[in-house]
Design a protein around this ligand. Sequence first.
Ligand code: ATP
Ligand code: MG
Length: 477
Amino acid sequence: MTRKNFKQELQDEVFPIIAKSAADIGIDCYVIGGFVRDLMLHKKIPKDIDIVAVGSGIALAKKVAEAIPGKPKISVFKNFGTAMIRHKALELEFVGARTESYQADSRKPFVENGSLFEDQERRDFTINTMAISLNQENYGDLIDPFDGIKDLKQKLLKTPLEPNITYSDDPLRMMRAIRFATQLGFTIQDESLLAISSNRDRIKIVSKERIIDEFNKILLSPVPSVGIVLLHETGLLPLLFPELKALQGIEEIEGQRHKDNFWHTLEVVDNISKATDNLWLRWAALLHDIGKAPTKKFDKKVGWTFHGHEFVGSKMVYKLFRRLHLPLNEKMKFVQKMVRMSSRPIILAEDHITDSAIRRLVFDAGNHVEDLMTLCEADITTKNPRKQQRYKNNFKRVRNKIVEVEARDSLRNFQPPVSGEEIMKTFNLKPSREIGIIKEAIKEAILEGEIPNDHDKAFEYMLKKGEKLGLKVNPKR
Ligand code: ATP
Ligand code: MG
């Protein structure tokens, strides 16, 4: 039999405080949503706790804030009828129970006060409708009119209302369905999946920020491809990421086929997710081949080529980030760099690995060289076990070589060992072309291994180079 009371689980000291405050002002209140769901899933109990009051959520929050020792600050959002209290590590969110009615062009509803049941009914999935009572007469009782507990056990995402209504009212719920399916490993009920497909075009009324918020959670899940495949199957993918959709398909000319770069990309994303939780490196994996669709060509001699796809891809990263309101700061630059350099270690590993090639790789990738290697390792998706082993070993050698070269030459975040000022003083020069030429020559000599990355050796080299350029050393320097 399913348990009905969860008093034991309401361990935190705030629950009795909230219960007493509600009793004092004579309203009922409940813990609801994600907190209850995660409690039932025996997951780590979340730090954000949603409290629904049958009455004013703001009034209850004020009462609670007064009753908590230390009287924490309260943030009131009058327009939304909500209030938030931060207490220790907790974030308590208070809202009044409400019903909602929607208009076609907005996901912002008209809101009216309602009963607990009405409030539960407007929520997205049955597993998110479960509430636990904080009222004296039934403290700890699970209030679950939509049998969320059953769906939780069956790992099923189901809407409390007819799915077409739920998704059409607020199309963000389509993203949330796919996100929860990916995060929790749940199945979206068939009717729901169909409703997402039929309502997919309504995603256009959702802000880019909210979409990306959910998508980032998909990308940070243990197996992100689950969500990306669902986006694909419901037809949302081309609306959000036409660039990825364009990677799909295999063409054949004269018996030569190329691989399907969409399915390959999904494998790379899943691979990298075993190695890193870095969201932006996961983005890089997702986008590493997007330049392949526009650069694809068939050549009678060499077959399918994707010349320059890394460079084209890195330009596309900017456009995609801008379109989806992703940050256009160093995060984007990092993703661009990873995409641009994504083939470098591969070319290198296929060849004889020279010190100078490694020095150039470290010089260009800087502090991101390990991330780049992680991306390249994730990019190995061959099903041929011998090839797979060979590629892995090659990359291991590249990694070892990086450590070796690094220890000797410290090329990361390279600073020219001889400064422009020193060059000017030595040859009594004003700012001029020659300085750039000398600096570049010193850098090249270091990367080629002609001289070590060291001031004195670089200075000697500079004198020789200056002489060749016909410069005179300033005797008074
Ligand atoms: P998590 O915090 O892990 O993302 P959550 O379920 O707590 O998951 P929140 O966004 O914190 O998600 O929302 C809290 C609760 O509010 C949900 O459990 C759900 O009941 C309800 N909810 C949130 N967003 C929506 C929505 N777009 N439509 C309907 N109900 C929603
Ligand atoms: Mg939450």
